[in-house]
Write a new protein. Structure first.
Length: 460
């Protein structure tokens, strides 16, 4: 496959050099859509020429799978009539997804280029909340009346099917436009032509509400193995359909946002290399300040135990070990729970089951680290005589502190995302750095409390 792509690149450059637009058009229309997209990514300076020299249907298929930066570049460089052709050819959902990323004044100008029907649909879709199913749906589907015969349905499909995004599923409505059921095309083809649609529906269907969150759609698609689902309003009126390709695109964007938030930054709304440095700085600086202020509490906690540290300086040697172990365990738990919530494996109601599992995990993990810490103290003292006659007590302090800190880290890291979800916030904001900062401060309290328990009257 890579050899074919390389050959295509060489042929493309040859045609560009010859300026033979007729052969260029034939060449581009003969390539796979993904290969043309690869050409645009490889030669961005020719992106508008590539799109402009393709048949409009294939051009729209390429355009909708490009990155936003490439799409913007193409729209800027295309002549107005070609831009109008391209925007009108794009499926309504893909067109809406592109327009909502542009400044409002640009959107107003581009909407003027749309045909009246396409303009009406686009404005309707842009009226729904940004993260709603309404922004994903397309009106390009086949709807049939429940009172039609199969023969009438087949005739209708032949007439309008070419303009539909999918004909795998046919949607049944009544005379008031209310959704009744959906039928796979296979059932239509195999049914007796004289049968009524109402006789072959089974009333086993799944719908999305136009105001549902896009994450809800993602979960429903995954659980029901569908390629498309109908979208209805609160009165059960069929408004459009959502197809699996749009949901997968949203899932990819959500995943990218969550990864960015887990890393301790705001989600980026543009590709990294396209985002201005100042804007990138603003996205990162807020979280860094919050985390820095949180870490300042670590110094406050250290100051609170200043007297204990002065009496037993050796305690300070293990502070980085203790707090990093707690932060690491908390980050692990937080990341696992956020990921599990994102794919629907965990719901808020399962908090008690999660808590029980993390308590057990925390105890097991803490015990292993605590044992290693204890052995390290004893072994190190046998070689270098660092801790004097109180080696075992010092080892117990480190060992039991690690059990407590790791247990607290796993519990905090697992419960914080669930708590945020319960409060209506994004669980990804309980990012690994945030959990680590929280556990750093409380880890110090646990460590010095355990030290006081074991070493009071001896070193303290």
């Amino acid at each position: 496959m890579s050899m074919e792509i390389e050959n295509a690149k060489e042929q493309f450059l040859h045609l560009i050099g010859q300026e033979d637009m007729l052969q260029m058009r034939e060449f581009l229309n003969d390539q796979n859509i993904s290969d043309v997209a690869e050409l645009i990514n490889e030669f961005p300076e020719y992106s508008s020429q590539i799109i402009g020299n393709m048949s409009i249907h294939r051009a729209s298929s390429v355009f909708k799978i490009l990155d936003l930066a490439a799409q913007k570049e193409i729209i800027q460089d295309l002549p107005p009539f070609k831009t109008a052709e391209l925007l009108n050819e794009l499926p309504a959902d893909d067109r809406t997804a592109f327009l909502e990323e542009l400044p409002s004044e640009v959107v107003k100008e581009l909407i003027k280029l749309l045909d009246p029907d396409e303009r009406r649909v686009t404005l309707s879709l842009l009226g729904y909340p940004e993260s709603s199913v309404g922004r994903l749906m397309t009106p390009d589907y086949i709807a049939v009346d429940v009172d039609w015969t199969v023969q009438e349905v087949l005739e209708h499909i032949r007439e309008v099917g070419k303009d539909s995004e999918t004909i795998d599923v046919i949607y049944v409505v009544n005379d008031r436009g209310e959704f009744v059921d959906d039928i796979r095309i296979r059932e239509i083809i195999l049914a007796n032509p004289q049968k009524m649609v109402g006789e072959i529906i089974d009333n086993r269907y799944i719908t999305l509400n136009v105001n549902d969150d896009q994450e809800v759609a993602n979960q429903i698609f995954k659980m029901n193995n569908r390629v498309a689902l109908p979208v209805v309003d609160d009165k059960n009126i069929l408004l459009g359909i959502v197809t699996i390709d749009d949901v997968l695109w949203v899932a990819n964007e959500e995943f990218s946002e969550d990864i960015q938030k887990i890393g301790g930054t705001e989600a980026l709304d543009e590709p990294y290399l396209e985002m201005p440095i100042i804007k990138l700085f603003k996205k990162r600086v807020v979280w860094l300040i919050v985390l820095f202020l949180g870490e300042m509490l670590t110094a406050t906690a250290m100051g609170y135990f200043e007297e204990e540290i002065a009496k037993a300086v050796v305690l300070a040697l293990f502070v980085p070990l203790i707090i990093s172990s707690g932060g690491n365990s908390g980050s692990q738990a937080s990341t696992l729970i956020i990921q599990a919530m994102a794919v629907g494996e965990i719901t808020i109601s399962a908090w008690w089951r999660v808590l029980r599992r993390e308590i057990i995990s925390g105890l097991l993990l803490g015990s292993i680290l605590g044992l290693i810490g204890f052995i390290r103290v004893v072994l190190w003292n046998s070689i270098f005589h660092t801790y004097g006659s109180h080696t075992v007590l010092m080892g117990c302090t480190v060992g039991f502190s690690l059990i407590g800190v790791v247990l607290w880290g796993t519990v905090s890291g697992s419960m914080l995302p669930i708590l945020l979800k319960k409060l209506g916030a994004d669980p990804a904001t309980s990012s690994a750095p945030f959990v680590a900062t929280l556990v750093d401060v409380t880890g110090l309290v646990i460590y010095f409390s355990v030290a006081y328990l074991f070493l009071s009257g001896i070193l303290l």
